[in-house]
Design a protein around this ligand. Structure first.
Ligand code: ZN
Length: 299
């Protein structure tokens, strides 16, 4: 059975870009008679803003994006993450790294996602201690994945990323580790999310492989830009959803390349959603990293 999800970080209200992602993942799940879960990525506590989760869930409800089952919280899964970290340790795949961000940046070439870790601590066998991060050994092998929207992507973790962090020096489990464990715990079969996460897909693939998990299919949709820059919570780009849910839906469907001429003015949200589920095709989503929207969407 198809299981998909939307996984917002509660660092602020949803902006139009995150709504587009939510709608795409919802439609992909529902058009496949699948389940659509909502998972709150609240493990990175310093980024969490009080009240944001409720605001996000209210926005989803107003848009008719009703999730299946209970809302999942990463903050309640720390024991799971730790137990998989322990397994990886037993397999000899992890090591303690004492490098700071500064020393890593200063001594490494730039790769697919910032500085490539050059393996300084790989053979040092440091004991676990406060202030050390845990890295996973990667292998010199090209990982190739076919994304349903963006097509074939290839990455060699060894030459383009380096051994990457699974648990940070502040004891927070990394995004890569937590999302891989979540995919497994939630039986996720399809990932639909923003293009900005595409280059982390091979790291997640690798983690699925070493932990023995099934790897989901993926679709990475273009990032919404306005006047040449990415929308972000920090810039206060939150879409005003109250009383303009229909407009948000139609704008999102237009962005996703879906036909919108059917949506007459009289259609209410439920009717728009039913029609959008019938019309949905990931193939209509433009294959690009980012796409500009008109200013009028922005409220
Ligand atoms: Zn190091």
């Amino acid at each position: 059975m198809y299981v998909g999800r939307f996984a917002p970080t509660p660092s602020g209200p949803l902006h139009f870009g995150s709504i587009v992602t939510a709608i795409a993942s919802f439609l992909d799940a529902k058009s496949n008679q699948g389940k659509w879960l909502v998972k709150i990525d609240d493990i990175d506590q310093p980024r969490i803003r009080k009240g944001a989760e409720l605001q996000i869930l209210n926005s989803l409800e107003k848009l008719g994006l009703i999730w299946d089952g209970d809302v999942i919280h990463q903050s309640e899964r720390k024991e799971h993450y730790q137990s998989y970290v322990n397994d990886l340790k037993e397999k000899g795949l992890l090591y303690n790294c004492r490098c700071t961000r500064k020393t890593v940046n200063g001594s490494s070439a730039t790769g697919a996602d910032g500085s490539i870790y050059n393996g300084t601590c790989r053979e040092k066998y440091y004991k676990e201690e406060q202030g050390a991060s845990l890295r996973i050994r990667v292998v010199d092998k090209t990982i190739s994945i076919a994304d349903d929207i963006q097509g074939a992507i290839s990455q060699n973790l060894s030459s383009e990323i380096g051994d990457f962090i699974v648990k940070r020096s502040d004891n927070i489990f990394s995004y890569q580790l937590s999302v891989a464990v979540d995919n497994h715990l939630d039986n996720i079969t399809h990932i639909v999310r923003g293009y900005d996460l595409l280059n982390s897909l091979p790291r997640q693939y690798y983690l699925h492989e070493v932990m023995g998990f099934n790897f989901p299919k993926s679709s990475h949709i273009p990032i919404v830009t306005l006047k040449g820059r990415k929308l972000s919570k920090g810039y206060g780009d939150s879409a005003s959803i109250q009383n303009c849910e229909r407009l948000v839906w139609i704008n999102a469907l237009t962005f996703l390349g879906q036909p919108t001429k059917d949506y007459e003015l009289i259609m209410n949200i439920d009717e728009i959603i039913s029609q959008a589920i019938i019309n949905w095709s990931a193939k209509r989503v433009m294959r690009c990293s980012e796409k500009e929207i008109d200013g009028h969407i922005h409220k």
